[in-house]
Write a protein that binds this ligand. Sequence first.
Ligand code: FRU
Length: 494
Amino acid sequence: MTSQALREARKYEEASEKLIKEEERPLFHLAARTGWMNDPNGFSYYKGQYHMFYQYHPYDAHWGPMHWGHAVSRDLLHWDYLPAALAPDEFYDMDGCFSGSALELPDGRQLLMYTGVVRERQRNGGACEVQTQCLAVGDGVDYEKYEQNPVLSEKDLPEGASRFDFRDPKMWRKADGTYCAVIGNRPVDGSGQILLCTSEDGFHWQYRKVFAANNNRFGKMWECPDFFELDGKGVLIVSPQDMLPQGFEYHNGNGTLCLIGEYDEETDSFAEQHNQSIDYGIDFYAPQTILTQDGRRIMIGWMQNWDTCAIRIPEDKWFGQMSLPRELSIKNGRLYQKPIRELEEMRRDRVEYREVFVTDTINLEGIRGRKADIELTIRPADEQKLYRKFAVRFAQNAQYQTSVSFRPQENILKIDRKFSGSRRAVIHQRRSRVKSENGHLKLRMILDRFSVEIFVNDGEQVMSATIQTAPEADGISFFADGEVKMDIVKYALE
Ligand code: FRU
């Protein structure tokens, strides 16, 4: 039975999506159908299609009581909206259906596990959110909440584990047919830990062990865990809150963290060996992954930043978009990310220049646009004479521009969106240290109307940022302080 709250949300989103013109949205990045979107949820393959659910407040372009929005796609680039899947309408989730995951049950139904939130008044007059894990079962469109919800709650938690920070279950099915879920939690040290819970049938769950502990190394609470095996390694991704910067690796605030190590399936133990940021730009959080039919591990994150989006001018009809789907691999203890290969099918109008000599500012015939796939390689024009700076400026006209610039002496790549249309005093720049020898660098930049994702050195690093620039600013130019040789291939994306 569909509740009244869900019926209302479905009616509302159907009516209000019509007020948003197609060109006001990204072309191939999934954005909120209407209102607000945050984390990707329930990223899964079911009945021949990819399903993406998302944290959703349809009634306003700001965060509010969380619903689950829903969309499907065959290539992870062209999305169709489906009716909202969950609304906060039960005694155990009346203040929000927070993040979670999905999988297909052996009987062909789709199982969702999400965090139910209920605000509890505290003695000091404030309120805390009690968080439990809940299930819903459905057919790919309509979902019925499980009558025995919640399936994991305070009574299942180990000693000292907070019942107020216990969220974002990511489930998977093991080869033996049993189920696992990693769930974010806060132990007594105030930082984060990831709990492993298990189930024989997907419905009866128990706490197993602490799967990974932060011990106050990377931020505080760890949100939105995901765990998978890739290229012979165990990979745990989490989104820590309240990070302190560590050089150029981690930045202040909410960030993303990838731990790579050894996983022992027998004992369900994970021993971490390497750590790194997942994205080095401004906007990326709470990613979730899927294993595709052809064996690729694909990741999609929320292309936003909690601190930036709290301070906005409240006139958007939609807010929040997902990142590009990224194909993951592990090489030498490092996570590599590449744009999903299906994107190549959207390429049109190839324009190529080789050995372009750049000193000062240049424009190139045929190189402009806001939906573009650009491959660039740069090097010093003379290997004996290192240039001082190289920059690409895009989403550019007389008033606006966003830039990616590189200083080879320090190997610093910087994104700067100060002139991208923002009217707020929030973070507009971010620097990352990249690998480069004598000023050689390879970049792939994907533009989709309101965002840029920069893949450095074949996916060794990624920097993502959203922009609010007026669509007519579609210029692209190149700049060098010193003498640079550049090869460029540019495609329009359609
Ligand atoms: C992460 C997060 C999750 C939570 C959801 C609420 O961005 O805070 O931990 O489930 O957003 O919308």
